[in-house]
Design a protein around this ligand. Structure first.
Ligand code: GDP
Ligand code: MG
Length: 442
């Protein structure tokens, strides 16, 4: 698995302060192999590796996490990103009923999902009806009726004994039925074939045109591996869909389908099915799937905690410095600039201070290049100058400007701004910051 492979690399990283390019390359190689083994599509693997490499190389040295943890954090975050980030919710019709159409290969789990989805919606207070538009297989209508009964929802199906019905007509008629019987959600189950087939696509497209669904959910068996991408593309082109449902996640699916389908089709994964029972169903959570693929649930919790504790310590330390105005030095300022680049705690911090709205806006307006320039100037100062900026006279300013490759006026500007900010901080602390000194002077 991915976690086994990463662990192997990390053993070699123990005790290192920072990742070298060689370390990053070898991590990237292992991730690449693991993803290919998990049947992730090649373009997705490429994109993923590029993103991880770029971030790993650009990451500041973190005091909260060791290099291995930092890589795990990056890999995890990139996994979540490629899985779609946030969960998307269903779109509803302005005028009920809302129509949800299910499409996918035979055996993908559409009919089973129809029952689960109906139950889920019913639990939320909706009144769904299941519509039997799979008239291909002799037993399909009956199967849906059993599923509906189990879920405790109505099923709309053609009268038995009328020969093979027309699924498009059934779909169309079901909307009238839903309106009459006050069903606000219509779930249309359709037929699938074992392979992609033009007749099936034509039928699905005709049903789509007849009912104009708000959502077309492409139901995908997570166990299928590399074929997932081809099937998804065929359904995207033949019918189109607005969301994906992954089924059979209770099997030993390695996540390849999940990672590929979202990236390749651009459509979100909305639900996940993980068993044959009605309750084996959930809204899809990219973060949970990511930690499953990574196989490092405990490690991720640890990382999150380390980061949180660190942020808290840092925030408290800075808050007490800010409150006492005078003790805040250019060294602290430099540290803060680096922290902003990492995670932006000064923005949060200032948000908590009284009257800090304007300053916060000013900070938000500063871009990364400005921050880097400012940091470069401070780095050209001696420790003494950073601790006591009043030392920085004319000749020192020239030396600093030359050292950091900027104009003297920029150094002047920085020093002025620093004193301004410090003055403002002591004023704010005088306004009643808890624990702040009342009469801090400059
Ligand atoms: P359809 O042809 O797309 O309608 O697929 P079905 O709903 O009939 O499901 C095909 C088979 O997969 C059935 O035996 C289901 O019980 C099974 N199945 C569906 N979803 C899941 C799931 O999430 N996990 C497992 N283990 N089996 C599933
Ligand atoms: Mg079916």
């Amino acid at each position: 698995t991915l976690s086994d492979r990463l662990n192997k690399v990390f053993t070699g990283l123990r005790g290192k302060g920072r990742l070298s390019q060689a370390d990053i390359d070898s991590v990237a190689r292992e991730i690449r192999i693991a993803l290919l083994e998990a049947d992730v599509a090649l373009p997705v693997v490429r994109q993923f590796i590029a993103a991880v490499k770029e971030r790993a190389a650009g990451e500041e040295v973190s005091r909260a996490l060791n290099p291995a943890q930092q890589v795990i954090k990056i890999v995890n975050e990139e996994l979540v990103k490629i899985l779609g980030g946030e969960t998307r919710r269903l779109q509803y019709a302005k005028q009920p009923p809302t129509v949800i159409m299910l499409a996918g290969l035979q055996g993908a789990g559409k009919t089973t999902l129809a029952g689960k989805l109906a139950r889920h919606l019913k639990d939320q207070g909706h009144a769904p009806v299941l519509v039997a538009c799979d008239l291909q297989r002799p037993n399909a209508v009956n199967q849906l009726q059993i599923v509906g009964e189990r879920a405790g929802v109505a099923v709309y199906a053609p009268e038995p004994g009328n020969g093979i019905g027309d699924p498009v007509a059934v779909a169309r008629d079901s909307l009238d039925f839903a309106r009459r019987a006050q069903h606000d959600m219509v779930i249309v189950d359709t037929a699938g074939r074992l392979g992609i087939d033009t007749e099936m696509m034509r039928q699905a497209a005709a049903i789509r045109d007849a009912v104009q669904p708000q959502e077309i959910l492409f139901v995908l068996d997570a166990m299928v591996g590399q074929d997932a991408v081809n099937t998804a593309e065929a359904f995207r082109d033949g019918v189109g869909f607005t969301g994906v449902v992954l089924t059979k996640l209770d099997g030993d699916a390695r996540g390849g389908a999940a990672l590929s389908v979202r990236y390749v089709t651009g459509q979100p994964i909305m639900f996940a099915s993980n068993g044959e029972k009605l309750g084996d169903f959930d809204v899809f959570h990219p973060d949970r799937m990511a930690s499953r693929i990574l196989g490092m649930g405990d490690m991720l919790t640890l990382i999150e905690q380390a980061q949180k504790t660190f942020d808290q310590d840092e925030t408290e330390r800075m808050a007490s410095k800010l409150a006492s105005g005078n003790e805040f030095t250019l060294e602290d300022f430099l540290e803060q600039l680096q922290a902003i680049r990492r995670m932006g705690p000064i923005g949060n911090l200032l948000g908590m201070l009284p009257g800090a709205g304007q300053m916060k806006e000013a900070l938000a307006a500063v871009d990364d290049k400005d921050l880097d320039r400012t940091a470069a100037i401070i780095r050209s100062m001696t420790p003494g100058e950073r601790a006591d900026p009043k030392l920085i006279n004319g000749s020192r300013r020239l030396r600093i400007a030359n050292g950091s490759g900027v104009k003297v006026s920029e150094v002047n500007n920085l020093v002025d701004r620093f004193f301004e900010a410090r003055k403002m901080m002591s004023r704010m602390s005088g306004m009643g910051m808890p624990g702040g000194r009342r009469n801090a002077k400059n």
